[in-house]
Design a protein around this ligand. Structure first.
Ligand code: SF4
Length: 73
């Protein structure tokens, strides 16, 4: 978990941004805002790997979709 020290989201004032309540409407806009943070994150690949390895079922990890079947895309 050392990679989290370098996470672009580590100092965010809105951690809920990465856990949208839906993928539609305001939730879709929230996902896009979270993904914008992930795009400038130096540990995005490791983050996505960790989410896949630990079977995360919700949230934006590594800038990929919150849908588990989309991890790694
Ligand atoms: S890829 Fe996104 S969710 Fe993962 S550590 Fe970086 S900013 Fe946070």
């Amino acid at each position: 978990m050392d990679w989290q020290r370098d996470a672009a989201c580590a100092d965010t004032d809105d951690p809920d941004l990465f856990f949208p309540i839906s993928l539609n409407g305001p939730g879709a806009r929230q996902v896009e805002r979270a993904r914008a943070v992930c795009r400038r994150c130096p540990v995005a690949v490791r983050c996505a790997e960790w989410a896949r390895e630990t079977h995360q079922r919700s949230g934006v990890w590594g800038g990929v979709s919150v849908e588990p079947e989309n991890y790694g895309r």
